[in-house]
Design a protein. Structure first.
Length: 254
């Protein structure tokens, strides 16, 4: 099959009728022909169809992971994006298949396109939470991942904050470098986006629960309460209320 004979309508019908293996075979036959790589429009259309079925069977997922790594770093941002959309689907249902692709996916954490970065943090987050990774390597990945709290895109930051919440609740010992994380969480309390700021406050509560004594946590919150602008103060008051539900005598003593 070449770019001249690619029949996307036929593939769509195959998918609609549940013939996913045959549809995948047609897609892979097109993709494996290197002469088609310069036809970005057809590659994108192929991958858009593959995105519908990439997780439908182990064999399709495995072949997908074998065929598409070259496109993770494609010069076209739309190709990079659809490639990561496919990998995101696989990360939800067959995450172990992506272990060998982690370094390439991590490279997209620094993509110029924010939509690509958003998908990258989602995929890496799923892998951190679901697959076994050597502890030393895992801590390296998490340290790099938490640095995305300083990304200039609010959706990237929000995804990272929520994933770190899950990591801490799942196994807080995975995170070793605490001081930089705490500093970045406090910075995100001041974020212009309300969702990011609120999520950062929730993360600060979790962080304090696992890593700070009640005295240090209360000192930190009081310092923020006295020195931050009103928007952050509202979050700190909310935090006191949340902590008070669990430790009301300690709050009252302050």
């Amino acid at each position: 099959m070449t770019s001249l004979t690619l029949d996307t309508e036929k593939i769509e019908i195959l998918i609609l009728n549940g013939h996913n293996e045959k549809a995948a075979e047609d897609i892979f036959s097109f993709v494996e022909d290197y002469s088609n790589y310069n036809n970005k429009d057809l590659i994108y259309r192929c991958f858009s169809l593959l995105n519908l079925i990439c997780d439908k069977s182990p064999s399709i997922s495995l072949r997908t992971v074998n065929y598409i790594p070259l496109f993770i770093n494609d010069t076209n941002s739309w190709i990079r994006l659809i490639t990561l959309e496919i990998l995101y689907q696989i990360s939800l249902f067959r995450p172990n298949l992506l272990l060998d692709l982690m370094s390439k996916i991590r490279g997209r954490l620094y993509d110029q396109d924010p939509t690509v970065r958003r998908l990258s943090v989602k995929i890496i987050g799923n892998l951190i939470l679901t697959i076994h990774i050597d502890l030393e390597k895992l801590q390296e990945i998490i340290e790099e991942y938490t640095e995305k709290l300083m990304d200039n895109d609010w959706k990237v930051k929000l995804n990272v904050v929520k994933t770190i919440q899950k990591i801490l609740n799942q196994d807080y010992t995975k995170i070793k470098n605490l001081e930089p994380l705490l500093s970045m969480v406090i910075i995100n309390l001041r974020d212009e986006d309300d969702d990011v700021a609120k999520a950062a406050a929730e993360l600060l509560k979790i962080h304090g629960t696992y890593f700070l004594s009640k005295e240090k946590l209360f000192y930190l919150l009081l310092n923020l309460l006295y020195n931050e602008k009103s928007r952050v103060k509202e979050l700190i008051i909310w935090l006191f209320g949340e902590i008070g539900k669990e430790k009301s005598p300690e709050i009252i003593s302050i």
